[in-house]
Design a protein around this ligand. Sequence first.
Ligand code: ZN
Ligand code: ZN
Length: 237
Amino acid sequence: MMTVQEVADRYGVSATFLVQALAKIGCHGMKPDANVSAATVARFEKAFGDKIRAARPQSEPGSDSDQPRVVRREPKPHVMRVAHEHISGKRDMRTMVRYKVLADEPGPAHAIDAAGTREGDPWRGEEAPGANKFYDHQGPHAACGAQVKVVMGNAFDAEQDDACPKCAELVAAGKGFRTPPHERRSPFCDSFLRLRVEGRVIVEQCRLRDYHSGPHRTFDGATWDAGAVDYVPAPSG
Ligand SMILES: [Zn+2]
Ligand SMILES: [Zn+2]
Protein backbone atom coordinates (compact mmCIF):
# COMPACT_ATOMS: atom_id res chain seq x y z
CA MET A 1 0.00 0.00 0.00
CA MET A 2 1.34 3.45 -0.93
CA THR A 3 0.24 6.86 0.24
CA VAL A 4 -0.91 9.61 -2.09
CA GLN A 5 2.39 11.40 -1.48
CA GLU A 6 4.42 8.29 -2.31
CA VAL A 7 2.54 7.73 -5.54
CA ALA A 8 3.00 11.43 -6.43
CA ASP A 9 6.74 11.13 -5.77
CA ARG A 10 6.95 8.03 -7.92
CA TYR A 11 5.41 9.90 -10.85
CA GLY A 12 7.28 13.13 -10.12
CA VAL A 13 4.04 15.10 -9.70
CA SER A 14 2.71 17.16 -6.83
CA ALA A 15 0.41 15.63 -4.23
CA THR A 16 -2.13 18.32 -5.16
CA PHE A 17 -2.13 17.16 -8.74
CA LEU A 18 -2.47 13.54 -7.68
CA VAL A 19 -5.45 14.30 -5.42
CA GLN A 20 -7.20 16.00 -8.35
CA ALA A 21 -6.32 13.18 -10.71
CA LEU A 22 -7.65 10.59 -8.27
CA ALA A 23 -10.88 12.56 -7.97
CA LYS A 24 -11.24 12.34 -11.74
CA ILE A 25 -11.08 8.57 -11.59
CA GLY A 26 -13.62 8.46 -8.81
CA CYS A 27 -11.54 8.65 -5.60
CA HIS A 28 -12.70 11.86 -3.98
CA GLY A 29 -11.37 13.71 -0.95
CA MET A 30 -7.98 11.99 -0.74
CA LYS A 31 -5.31 13.53 1.49
CA PRO A 32 -1.53 13.31 0.89
CA ASP A 33 -1.09 10.80 3.73
CA ALA A 34 -4.08 8.66 2.74
CA ASN A 35 -3.42 5.16 1.46
CA VAL A 36 -4.04 4.33 -2.17
CA SER A 37 -4.89 0.75 -3.05
CA ALA A 38 -2.90 -1.08 -5.71
CA ALA A 39 -6.04 -1.25 -7.85
CA THR A 40 -6.40 2.54 -7.70
CA VAL A 41 -2.74 3.03 -8.58
CA ALA A 42 -3.30 0.77 -11.57
CA ARG A 43 -6.33 2.81 -12.66
CA PHE A 44 -4.34 6.01 -12.20
CA GLU A 45 -1.50 4.57 -14.28
CA LYS A 46 -3.94 3.65 -17.02
CA ALA A 47 -5.57 7.08 -17.06
CA PHE A 48 -2.56 9.33 -16.51
CA GLY A 49 0.72 7.38 -16.72
CA ASP A 50 1.40 7.99 -20.40
CA LYS A 51 0.30 11.63 -20.23
CA ILE A 52 2.61 12.33 -17.32
CA ARG A 53 5.55 10.67 -19.01
CA ALA A 54 4.79 12.49 -22.25
CA ALA A 55 4.80 15.83 -20.44
CA ARG A 56 8.27 15.22 -19.01
CA PRO A 57 11.12 17.28 -20.44
CA GLN A 58 12.85 15.32 -23.17
CA SER A 59 16.58 14.67 -23.30
CA GLU A 60 18.83 17.61 -24.10
CA PRO A 61 19.28 18.13 -27.83
CA GLY A 62 22.52 16.50 -28.86
CA SER A 63 22.48 13.98 -26.04
CA ASP A 64 23.22 10.50 -27.21
CA SER A 65 20.12 9.00 -25.65
CA ASP A 66 16.58 9.09 -26.98
CA GLN A 67 15.23 7.90 -23.66
CA PRO A 68 13.19 10.44 -21.71
CA ARG A 69 15.17 11.62 -18.76
CA VAL A 70 14.21 9.91 -15.54
CA VAL A 71 13.21 12.35 -12.82
CA ARG A 72 15.12 11.30 -9.77
CA ARG A 73 14.12 12.51 -6.36
CA GLU A 74 16.64 10.92 -4.11
CA PRO A 75 16.86 12.67 -0.78
CA LYS A 76 20.22 14.30 -0.27
CA PRO A 77 21.88 14.34 3.14
CA HIS A 78 21.61 17.81 4.59
CA VAL A 79 24.20 19.01 7.08
CA MET A 80 23.85 22.44 8.60
CA ARG A 81 27.35 23.85 8.27
CA VAL A 82 29.14 26.82 9.74
CA ALA A 83 29.53 29.73 7.31
CA HIS A 84 31.23 33.11 7.71
CA GLU A 85 30.74 36.55 6.19
CA HIS A 86 34.29 37.84 6.36
CA ILE A 87 37.29 36.61 4.45
CA SER A 88 40.48 38.30 3.38
CA GLY A 89 43.07 37.90 0.67
CA LYS A 90 46.72 36.87 0.85
CA ARG A 91 49.36 36.75 -1.81
CA ASP A 92 51.77 33.90 -2.38
CA MET A 93 55.05 35.87 -2.47
CA ARG A 94 56.68 33.31 -4.72
CA THR A 95 54.02 33.05 -7.42
CA MET A 96 52.34 36.42 -6.58
CA VAL A 97 48.98 34.67 -6.87
CA ARG A 98 46.31 35.97 -4.52
CA TYR A 99 44.25 33.53 -2.58
CA LYS A 100 41.43 33.69 -0.05
CA VAL A 101 41.76 33.05 3.65
CA LEU A 102 39.37 33.29 6.57
CA ALA A 103 39.50 36.78 8.08
CA ASP A 104 41.05 37.16 11.54
CA GLU A 105 37.58 38.19 12.68
CA PRO A 106 35.30 36.16 10.39
CA GLY A 107 32.12 37.23 12.19
CA PRO A 108 29.61 34.96 13.89
CA ALA A 109 29.20 31.32 12.91
CA HIS A 110 26.13 31.31 10.69
CA ALA A 111 24.29 28.15 9.71
CA ILE A 112 23.91 27.16 6.08
CA ASP A 113 22.41 24.11 4.44
CA ALA A 114 25.10 23.79 1.77
CA ALA A 115 23.21 21.02 -0.04
CA GLY A 116 20.69 23.66 -1.08
CA THR A 117 23.20 26.13 -2.54
CA ARG A 118 24.07 26.48 -6.21
CA GLU A 119 27.35 24.60 -5.67
CA GLY A 120 25.85 21.88 -3.50
CA ASP A 121 27.54 20.54 -0.41
CA PRO A 122 31.33 20.40 -1.00
CA TRP A 123 31.63 17.44 1.39
CA ARG A 124 28.50 15.56 0.26
CA GLY A 125 26.84 15.47 3.62
CA GLU A 126 29.92 14.33 5.56
CA GLU A 127 31.41 16.36 8.35
CA ALA A 128 34.82 17.73 7.47
CA PRO A 129 36.14 19.56 10.54
CA GLY A 130 38.60 22.33 9.68
CA ALA A 131 37.98 22.23 5.94
CA ASN A 132 36.64 25.29 4.16
CA LYS A 133 35.41 26.30 0.74
CA PHE A 134 35.32 29.89 -0.51
CA TYR A 135 32.57 31.02 -2.84
CA ASP A 136 33.71 32.56 -6.10
CA HIS A 137 30.58 34.71 -6.38
CA GLN A 138 28.80 37.05 -3.95
CA GLY A 139 28.04 34.07 -1.77
CA PRO A 140 24.79 32.38 -0.71
CA HIS A 141 22.65 33.42 2.24
CA ALA A 142 22.84 31.73 5.62
CA ALA A 143 19.70 30.65 7.48
CA CYS A 144 19.38 34.13 9.05
CA GLY A 145 19.81 35.86 5.70
CA ALA A 146 23.44 37.00 6.11
CA GLN A 147 25.43 36.71 2.91
CA VAL A 148 28.39 34.43 3.53
CA LYS A 149 31.66 34.09 1.65
CA VAL A 150 32.96 30.81 3.00
CA VAL A 151 31.40 27.55 4.15
CA MET A 152 33.20 25.36 6.66
CA GLY A 153 33.36 21.59 6.82
CA ASN A 154 32.21 21.79 10.44
CA ALA A 155 28.60 21.12 11.33
CA PHE A 156 26.80 24.10 12.85
CA ASP A 157 26.41 23.80 16.61
CA ALA A 158 23.90 26.16 18.19
CA GLU A 159 25.84 25.88 21.47
CA GLN A 160 29.15 27.08 20.06
CA ASP A 161 30.27 30.41 21.53
CA ASP A 162 30.30 32.33 18.27
CA ALA A 163 26.98 30.95 16.94
CA CYS A 164 24.78 33.58 15.31
CA PRO A 165 21.75 33.81 17.64
CA LYS A 166 19.21 34.08 14.79
CA CYS A 167 20.69 31.07 12.99
CA ALA A 168 20.78 29.11 16.26
CA GLU A 169 17.12 29.89 16.86
CA LEU A 170 16.13 28.81 13.32
CA VAL A 171 18.15 25.59 13.41
CA ALA A 172 16.72 24.71 16.82
CA ALA A 173 13.26 25.11 15.28
CA GLY A 174 14.19 22.78 12.41
CA LYS A 175 14.17 25.66 9.93
CA GLY A 176 16.70 27.11 7.55
CA PHE A 177 16.98 24.13 5.25
CA ARG A 178 17.03 24.87 1.56
CA THR A 179 15.73 22.82 -1.36
CA PRO A 180 18.51 21.91 -3.78
CA PRO A 181 18.10 23.70 -7.12
CA HIS A 182 17.44 20.52 -9.10
CA GLU A 183 14.67 19.47 -6.70
CA ARG A 184 13.09 22.88 -6.58
CA ARG A 185 10.71 22.82 -9.54
CA SER A 186 8.34 20.30 -10.94
CA PRO A 187 8.70 19.55 -14.66
CA PHE A 188 5.23 21.01 -15.13
CA CYS A 189 4.08 24.59 -15.41
CA ASP A 190 1.73 23.93 -12.46
CA SER A 191 -0.27 27.15 -12.94
CA PHE A 192 -3.64 26.99 -11.23
CA LEU A 193 -6.94 28.47 -12.23
CA ARG A 194 -9.73 28.61 -9.69
CA LEU A 195 -13.20 28.84 -11.19
CA ARG A 196 -16.73 28.83 -10.01
CA VAL A 197 -18.88 26.74 -12.32
CA GLU A 198 -22.57 26.43 -11.55
CA GLY A 199 -21.89 27.25 -7.93
CA ARG A 200 -19.04 24.77 -7.55
CA VAL A 201 -15.41 25.79 -7.24
CA ILE A 202 -13.17 23.86 -9.55
CA VAL A 203 -9.41 24.09 -9.79
CA GLU A 204 -7.70 23.48 -13.09
CA GLN A 205 -3.99 22.86 -13.20
CA CYS A 206 -1.79 23.36 -16.25
CA ARG A 207 -0.02 20.18 -17.20
CA LEU A 208 2.23 21.56 -19.92
CA ARG A 209 5.98 21.63 -19.47
CA ASP A 210 7.54 24.29 -17.36
CA TYR A 211 8.12 27.57 -19.27
CA HIS A 212 5.83 26.53 -22.11
CA SER A 213 4.63 29.11 -24.61
CA GLY A 214 0.98 29.73 -25.44
CA PRO A 215 -2.04 29.21 -23.21
CA HIS A 216 -2.11 26.90 -20.19
CA ARG A 217 -3.70 23.54 -20.81
CA THR A 218 -4.95 20.76 -18.54
CA PHE A 219 -4.70 17.06 -19.27
CA ASP A 220 -8.33 17.13 -20.36
CA GLY A 221 -7.74 19.95 -22.81
CA ALA A 222 -9.22 22.90 -20.91
CA THR A 223 -7.22 26.04 -21.72
CA TRP A 224 -6.77 29.57 -20.45
CA ASP A 225 -4.28 32.31 -20.92
CA ALA A 226 -5.11 35.35 -18.82
CA GLY A 227 -7.47 33.52 -16.48
CA ALA A 228 -11.20 32.98 -16.04
CA VAL A 229 -11.96 35.53 -18.80
CA ASP A 230 -10.48 33.39 -21.56
CA TYR A 231 -11.02 29.98 -19.99
CA VAL A 232 -12.19 27.31 -22.42
CA PRO A 233 -13.47 24.14 -20.75
CA ALA A 234 -12.32 20.72 -21.88
CA PRO A 235 -14.27 19.30 -24.79
CA SER A 236 -16.77 16.92 -23.22
CA GLY A 237 -16.80 13.26 -24.07
ZN1 ZN B 1 23.19 33.86 11.02
ZN1 ZN C 1 0.91 26.52 -18.03
